[in-house]
Design a protein around this ligand. Structure first.
Ligand code: SF4
Length: 381
């Protein structure tokens, strides 16, 4: 990995600050003492903590069972631990860092959760039903500083990064809701609010905990991470050599248009981005998914599809075409159905594997960040 690329990351992201309408990172509630979440700890870290606190390391397995199999809501319920250990855990960690503010269920079974964090910020998590299982879309940041012009999540800028445990707990909370009907979370997509590669270390810890056999034991191939295109982190992620699915939000077939839709393209040019994608596919042997949102009259013509086909023709990939929901705060409209099919047909004609994403939760606030934006609106009234 080229160290220069890593070193320039913060500088280049900072250049985007104005465009992204970033606001300074601040806590909503002052003087809040954030307790570390117990869900942040991988088994070996929990063992280490136990030993440092005069306890036996084997207790880690018991605690993991309480957390991820029995999914208890208080340390008190961990009945095979001594009272002293339960008190130590209570003093050191938070077991609940999210409280449910809103739970909206769509007619198609999609459930959208709005959670409040310990410091009062609100985040979204979505459960989507598919034929192949139940997929949870997790959030990695409070807000986002990337500034994609079609995205409601970035309107208030970035407030703070989520801690690994706060990301894990989103999945635990959804699993607790599914426990009522004996269902299981089988898939994870890291595509909620925030840019996961801008909170890279927390994202990696999250992946390790949910993938661990004593944790939620969700297989790597059932997990997808998506980025807007932070090039140095794409190289870093490729070097991790994980079996996790990787998606890039591309949304445009050329530099000019991508830059218009996604200001991050000014920091990382399309050519440089595609080079990093080739590095990823060569290094891992895995294909990449290109996410392509169709915005009426912007990037959805047959000519755009032709240009896209040329751009990605030598890359092992799949294209997800996403008919974008109308976002009230933004000016984009939906692409008509016939044009969506024409776009798909054009890609297929060039031998590109493409599908149109099934729309879910359209009767609730399904577009990224809309529920949270609504809540913020209510807060400011
Ligand atoms: S689409 Fe993703 S990366 Fe872009 S502004 Fe929204 S949350 Fe951030």
């Amino acid at each position: 990995m080229d160290q220069n690329r890593l070193q320039t990351f913060n500088e280049r992201i900072n250049d985007l600050v104005d465009d992204a309408k970033e606001q300074p990172i601040r806590k909503k509630k002052e003087k809040v003492n954030l307790k570390p979440s117990i869900y942040s700890l991988e088994p070996h870290e929990l063992k280490q903590w136990l030993e440092e606190n005069g306890e036996k390391a084997f207790r880690a397995k018991q605690i993991y069972e309480w957390l991820y199999e029995k999914r208890v809501k208080t340390f008190e319920e961990m009945s095979n631990l001594s009272k002293a250990l339960r008190e130590k855990l209570t003093d050191a960690f938070a077991l609940t860092t999210l409280s449910t503010i809103i739970k909206q269920q769509s007619q198609d079974g999609t459930i959208k959760f709005l959670f409040e964090l310990q410091d009062g910020y609100a985040i979204e998590t979505v459960l989507m039903r598919h034929e192949y299982g139940n997929s949870v879309c997790v959030t990695t940041q409070v807000g986002c500083r990337i500034g994609c012009t079609f995205c409601a999540s970035t309107l208030g800028g970035l407030k703070r990064h989520l801690l690994a445990g706060e990301i894990v707990e989103q999945v635990v909370k959804v699993q607790q809701a599914l426990d009522e009907t004996n269902e299981r979370v089988s898939h994870i997509v890291i595509m909620g609010i925030g840019e996961p590669f801008d909170n890279y270390d927390a994202m990696m810890s999250f992946l390790k905990v949910i993938n661990h056999e004593q944790g939620l034991n969700i297989g790597a191939r059932h997990i997808t991470v998506s980025t807007s295109g932070i090039v140095p982190k794409i190289y870093k992620f490729a070097d991790e050599q994980l079996q996790i699915n990787f998606a890039l939000s591309l949304h445009a077939p050329n530099q000019e248009l991508r830059q218009k839709l996604m200001p991050i393209a000014r920091a990382y040019k399309l050519e440089e981005l595609m080079e990093s994608i080739r590095y990823y596919t060569n290094k891992t042997g895995r294909r990449v998914s290109f996410e392509y949102g169709l915005f009426g009259g912007e990037n959805d013509s047959v000519a755009h599809a032709e240009e896209l086909a040329v751009l990605i023709k030598d890359i092992k990939c799949h294209v997800n075409l996403i008919p974008v929901n109308y976002v009230p705060e933004r000016d984009y409209t939906r692409t008509p159905r016939n044009k969506i099919f024409d776009f798909e047909k054009t890609l297929k004609k060039h031998g590109i594997n493409a599908t149109i994403r099934r729309e879910q939760g359209s009767d609730i606030d399904a577009a990224c960040g809309q529920l949270r934006a609504k809540e913020r609106e209510q807060e400011t009234r």
